[in-house]
Design a protein around this ligand. Sequence first.
Ligand SMILES: Cc1ncc(COP(=O)(O)O)c(C=O)c1O
Length: 481
Amino acid sequence: MSERRPPRSSAHELERYAGLFASRTRVMRSSAMRDLMAVTVRPEVISLAGGLPDTSTFDPALFKELMERIPSAAALQYGPSEGLLGVREAIVSVMAAEHMAVDPDEVIVTTGGQQAIDLVTKTLVDPRDVVIAEAPTYPGAVPTFCAYEADVIQIDVDSDGMRIDALEETLAALDAAGRRPKFIYTIPNFQNPAGVTMSLERRRRLVAIARERELIVLEDNPYGMLRYEGDELPTLRSLEAPGPTDENDFVIYTGTMSKILSPGVRVGWLVAPRPLLAKLILGKQSTDLCSSTLAQHFVAEYFASGDWQPYVASLCELYHRRRDVILDALAENLPAAATWTRPQGGLFIWVTLPDFIGTTDLLARALAENVAFVPGEAAYADGRGQHAMRLNFSSSADDDIREGVRRIGKIVAEQVALYDTLTGRSRGGPAAAGGERSAGADAPAAPEAALAAEPPGGERLASVLHLPRRGALGGQRSREA
Ligand SMILES: Cc1ncc(COP(=O)(O)O)c(C=O)c1O
């Protein structure tokens, strides 16, 4: 029998491997949502954290029927790196529904939209290259840009999406420094995490800038079809290439089945200017050869089985109602100093709290109350976002949304009361009577507006109100009625 080795300390373990790690691992960041998933799968936790669609709405009988129709030998085989033709044709029909004319051979099927972001970054970005993103941006994109050692510059959004005036200033400053961004990453519709939508005027201006400066724009559009209010706006891709014969030179478009069908199938896509396609495919081959053939057959069967748009319409109806539920709950439970966005579609609301409350620390308190959100810092590469949080309203039942927001309201109120006691000032105030305090046109322009403001006197009370970190909470969890 072999002798058991004595247990080693984790510090020793890390030291042992330290010399092996590639230098890029120093700047790798974990994904806030993936970290949270371990906690939020617990049934007692109300999760307003994930970006999950409500998959319980998909008809189980249809699911079974589709699975039975999948041709087993082909589905169990490798497939082409660019994806099955049936899936690329389905993608063409989804894009046509958003008024984009593309050819199946311009489409690369990816393993979720996440892989599309990864492939574009892998293909275009060398260490220290500039990538421009929105502030805040999709929390899942931040670890990707960091993993390829990009210098991420984030441009504030307001209720009309990315501030193009600020973008132009940044581009001019980069020009002066002899730097040129590799691409501009934007989520024009119901942005993750802020829920805001880029105005038509800004879309036009952004496409014009891309053309004038010959800059690539990566347009990420997982939520465009989930509009439940307001008028549809053209995608950047359709503004750049309105007709089937128009050349698309500067927009790389990415979409996903995750929010209109299922994130479990992990099927997304890229449509890129033709000269980029071959390199993007090489990038994909070295990552995974091809996306799951089994999952692609499921998607192809689903789209071949008939009309998919009524299902998307039913999701819109459901999320519309849940958005209204969360807006009412926020107005009822958050203090007057808090603001939030009012999305016209999609899955997220961005809440900005008074500037003495740090949401990363607040999350530890929230988890003790069995409720979760994504702290704002996850949406920044540079440590901003400390006073903001992303809330999801698509994947919880109405009563859970109300209860989750009530719990968040309670812990925020505790922080406000503590601040008032410590400072003798009143910053939070009681909840406003009715009506949301949107960071919309009449409210603070940017969801991040509060971030710019230091507490009076310049002192930062976040450290005074420092809360125990998650690891220190053992056994404290309680279940509320
Ligand atoms: C803006 C954005 N891009 C990409 C993704 C990744 O989607 P997928 O599940 O298709 O990988 C998400 C997922 O939430 C997202 O919100």
